[in-house]
Design a protein around this ligand. Structure first.
Ligand SMILES: Nc1ncnc2c1ncn2[C@@H]1O[C@H](COP(=O)(O)OP(=O)(O)O)[C@@H](O)[C@H]1O
Ligand SMILES: [Mg+2]
Length: 352
């Protein structure tokens, strides 16, 4: 089967082309199937926008290739210009034409000016049919972003790039629009790549998510697989919010700041260095003999998150709201029964 919309193969990039400068992107391999929405998720500065600029054709790669709909659009030797790629773009700041109405903004990108049925269809799909003659300054943030999505899809493109599209919207509008985005893309038969630094956003609407840090893709998987099998410490910490604790080896046994850790005998233990455990799988008990001290406390509506210092390490513990402890109190921590943790390197899942 060969139904990929976008293929990125061994891509490297640096802005400063001198030999000694650092790579901004290293060995990027990505595939987006037709009709799929891929989330590109990573912290600020990790290279997400740079990768989007390469796909859009604003930058040329140092190594590797980009292929869109079976046509090679970027390589070291040849970079197809942005306007010939047929890619729609949606930015965080909307980038609408202020002197054009809603209708004119969507019409702007049309190749064939008479193709008004597609414009009507798109304006309807994004829910702006009653506002066709308004100007961008007469629209709310959510309406502007809907217009930007319709304009990006207007030229008949089946691939769009979205760079933090919901970043400047308030929470309610963001939640509504992000679930609509999936439907809009499916109705237009379009694939897309959406950049975000928010794990919840990527996990909630994307078919697959590529987790990126420091110019490299750590893992590309469905949201469920990322949760079940986070392959690196970074994925475990950034996506799942897990605690990462050091393991010490003492003869045949292993310990962390949470005490002795039972490691199943079937795994290759020689390189195991870290344990990753969810804040919800650690129990906390007040005790004057405890070696953990509460450093901070957050109330998150349905539970508390306590930040603790224990044996020089910092970790987070989640409790229900009946458990009220105070900053400065001493506690004993333990790993819950019927929970699980991961060991790294190797991403071994251990059931407790
Ligand atoms: N035009 C540029 N020239 C030089 N360095 C740049 C340029 N744009 C971005 N960078 C650097 O590339 C790295 C990745 O930036 P960017 O792709 O914008 O990250 P993100 O979108 O993930 O926040 C950063 O270190 C940034 O400083
Ligand atoms: Mg960016």
């Amino acid at each position: 089967m060969n139904n990929e919309s976008l293929i990125i193969d061994g891509l490297y990039h640096k802005y400063d082309k001198r030999d000694f400068s650092n790579w901004i992107l290293r060995q990027i391999d990505l595939k987006i199937e037709e009709g799929e929405l891929l989330g590109l998720l990573g912290p600020s500065g990790c290279g997400k926008t740079t990768l989007l600029r390469l796909i859009a054709g604003f930058e040329s790669p140092s190594k590797g290739t980009i292929t869109l709909n079976k046509r090679e659009i970027s390589s070291v030797d040849k970079v197809l210009s942005p306007e010939r790629r047929n890619i729609g773009m949606v930015f965080q700041d909307y980038a609408l034409f202020p002197h054009l109405t809603v209708l004119e903004n969507v019409m702007f990108g049309l190749k064939i000016r008479k193709e008004t049925s597609r414009v009507d269809y798109l304006i309807n799909i994004v829910g702006l049919d009653k506002l066709k003659s308004r100007y961008p300054h007469e629209l709310s943030g959510g309406q502007k972003q809907r217009l930007a999505i319709a304009r990006a899809l207007a030229p008949g493109t089946n691939f769009i790039l979205l760079d933090e599209p919901f970043c400047s919207l308030d929470m309610n509008v963001k939640l509504k629009l992000r679930s609509e985005l999936q439907t809009i893309l499916k109705n237009c038969n379009a694939s897309g790549l959406m950049v975000t630094h928010d794990p919840e956003e990527a996990m909630s609407i994307c078919d697959k998510v590529a987790v990126m840090n420091d110019g490299e893709i750590h893992q590309m998987d469905s949201p469920i697989k990322l949760l079940e099998n986070p392959k690196t410490l970074f994925v475990s910490n950034f996506i799942l919010g897990n605690n990462i604790l050091q393991l010490k080896r003492d003869g045949k046994s292993y310990s962390s700041c949470l005490g002795e850790i039972n490691i199943s005998c079937s795994i290759d233990k020689k390189d195991i260095k870290y344990i990753s455990i969810s804040p919800k799988f650690i129990s906390i008990e007040r005790s004057i003999d405890g070696d953990a001290i509460i450093a901070a406390k957050e109330f998150l509506g349905e539970f508390f998150i306590y930040k603790l210092i224990i044996k020089g390490e910092t970790l987070r513990v989640r409790t229900n709201i009946n458990k009220t402890l105070n900053i400065g109190e001493k506690c004993i921590l333990s790993i819950n029964k019927d929970s699980f943790f991961f060991l790294y390197p190797g991403a071994y899942k251990i059931l407790v």
